[in-house]
Design a protein around this ligand. Structure first.
Ligand code: BEZ
Length: 268
């Protein structure tokens, strides 16, 4: 991926601290000194010990907690979420074109996320001073005012914790030197459970409308005990889940349209 990173992104990465000597017995230590990767601290740990230990991130598992520096000061992630929903979205690097369009679009949708009770937090693998300069660019390009915090994850600590790294970079770590943070979206509920994970490749910007749509679907499912069909949007018919009998569904929702015994629609 480093090959497709624009010059500004690479420049930012080169300013990050260089590695101290790699651990004895690690894969990197078998390479001639001139071929050793430009490892960052978290990568160094990876090289020394194999893939860093991390919780398994599954839908329904607790979002791992962490402390991090952000553009709004230091945060404890779970305290930041509090009793709200949260969206954590990550980016490969500051001053990269696709990321700049994404941050601008998410910023413009802040009211939409607020209306749904969702706190927003971004992450990019650069330091705070880089984030500060980048936010100025985003505000200018998208004519917005980024109001949510962006985590400074220059050492990839949160990126590894949330498995936001590209396998091809890890496989080619000696050649590429550093695994890049991919575009991830985590939707987390007030109980701190992970409810949705989206992983996008570096070359593909996300769809902000889909992110809002899935939050609507999750919140409707939680509040009303329904499921939502393909391409559903707020106001459209919803599905009666298999666990509810048609008789009970009629009592709860009123009219129920039964296409098949297992496919029943209602409009709550
Ligand atoms: C981008 O955001 O434009 C980007 C980031 C990393 C690799 C390629 C593109």
């Amino acid at each position: 991926m480093a090959a497709i990173l624009p010059r500004a992104g690479l420049r930012a990465l080169r300013t990050l601290p260089r590695a101290t000597p790699v651990a004895r017995g690690s894969f990197a230590s078998t390479l001639p000194r001139t071929q050793r990767p430009l490892a960052q601290p978290i990568t160094r740990r990876f090289l020394a010990t194999g893939i860093p230990e991390q919780p398994r991130l599954r839908l329904g598992s607790t979002a791992p907690n962490f402390k991090a520096q952000t553009t709004h000061g230091e945060i404890d992630f779970h305290e930041f979420i509090g009793n709200n929903w949260a969206i954590l979205f990550s980016h490969p690097a500051d001053f990269t074109p696709v990321c700049t369009t994404e941050l601008g679009a998410f910023s413009k949708l802040k009211n939409e996320f607020d209306q749904r009770g969702v706190k927003m937090i971004g992450l990019s693998a650069n330091d705070l001073s880089s984030h500060g300069d980048w936010v100025k660019d985003i505000n200018e390009v998208a004519n917005t005012n980024v109001q949510f915090p962006i985590i400074a994850d220059a050492d990839r600590k949160v990126a590894f914790l949330y498995d936001m790294v590209d396998q091809r970079d890890i496989d080619n770590i000696a050649e590429k030197g550093i695994p890049f943070t991919i575009r991830s979206v985590f939707i987390i509920d007030p109980a701190k459970k992970i409810r949705l994970i989206m992983l996008y490749p570096a070359s593909t910007g996300r769809n902000s409308a889909e992110v809002l749509r899935v939050i609507d679907a999750l919140q409707a499912a939680d509040k009303k005990g329904i499921a939502t069909p393909i391409d559903w949007n707020v106001g459209e018919d919803v599905i009666v889940p298999p666990s509810v009998s048609t008789e009970d569904a009629k009592k709860k929702f009123g009219e129920v349209r039964e296409l098949k015994p297992y496919l029943r629609y209602t409009n709550f």
